[in-house]
Write a protein that binds this ligand. Structure first.
Ligand code: THG
Length: 266
């Protein structure tokens, strides 16, 4: 399971304040904490700073790279910001995200084509948010085919079928989960990823719902997640579910996690 640590996001108050104060220590500590707790990539998102986003993202990428060996996941609603930040990143980052929205697709394709970057392919089109499994599969298919045709290797594509709040429609969990299964079955070698926290929006005990949903998604084949790696119970659930889903030969990852102490009292 590829883990992207989500905590360096300006929608979080502490991060917003650290960015505004140019507090390098706070940001670098969040990066180190996430990496030490299992993040393979460190998501950086300053999307709430309209107008100043490019400047803050430039600052964040250099700061995070100075603090940890893990590469960044460059998360921006603005394709121009992603394009501007990319050359500053040493090694190969993850791009979050391309979609089927025409403007976004046309701007980002030349940026990812022919590189070795991992790219999140978000199931969004100009028709809006997907509702059903069929909507998601149709957008995913078109995106995957176009990207592969344009020199983006299948194994670098992480499809995000887009999680929507279960509190607004009781079918949203099922439609998402069935989309994961369909995408992983129809495109062997592609990956799937998601941010989970939308599923629990508007409900109490959100962590519980996020954890249960993660286990269900792993059962359907999900192999990437944008999460808070400091949530010990979430991380323990991921280790357990991957082993139980048959994705851990000889249970060796489970046993390694146990020896590191990350499963106990989670
Ligand atoms: N898919 C992709 N990228 C994404 C998302 C996704 N990037 C952003 C987001 N979703 C994932 N990142 C975060 C970062 C922080 C928080 C949630 C998601 C967060 N949430 C607060 C919490 O959980 O306590 C609540 C914030 C609020 O709702 O006010 O900290 O889906 N490709």
């Amino acid at each position: 399971m590829l883990i992207v640590g989500e905590l360096i996001n300006s929608s979080r108050k502490a991060v917003k304040e650290a960015i505004e104060a140019e507090n390098t220590g706070v940001i670098q500590q969040i990066a180190r904490d996430q990496h030490e707790n299992g993040a393979d990539y460190i998501d950086i998102n300053a999307g709430t700073f309209v107008g100043k986003e490019a400047r803050y993202m430039t600052w964040l990428v250099e700061l995070v790279q100075a603090a940890v060996e893990a590469p960044c996941c460059i998360d921006s609603p603005d394709p121009k910001v992603i394009e501007a930040v990319l050359p500053l990143h040493k090694g190969t980052p993850m791009i979050n995200s391309i979609s089927l929205e025409k403007e976004r697709y046309d701007a980002l394709l030349p940026v990812v084509s022919g590189t070795d970057c991992k790219v999140i392919a978000l199931c969004m089109s100009d028709a809006g948010m997907p509702e059903t499994k069929a909507d998601r599969l149709s957008i995913a298919s078109e995106l995957i085919n176009k990207l592969v045709k344009n020199n983006v290797p299948l194994e670098n594509i992480y499809v995000d079928p887009l999680v929507q709040p279960i509190s607004t429609n009781d079918a949203y969990g099922r439609e998402f989960l069935n989309a994961i299964e369909a995408i992983m079955t129809e495109f062997p070698g592609v990956h799937t990823i998601c941010g989970l926290s939308n599923i629990s929006y508007g409900l109490p005990e959100r962590k519980l719902l996020n954890q249960a949903f993660m286990v269900m998604a792993i059962c359907k084949g999900l192999d990437g997640a944008i999460i808070n790696p400091m949530d010990r119970r979430m991380m323990a659930n991921i280790h357990a579910a991957e082993t139980l889903a048959g994705r851990d030969e000889y249970c060796s990852n489970y046993l390694t996690a146990y020896r590191k102490g990350v499963l106990a009292d989670a």
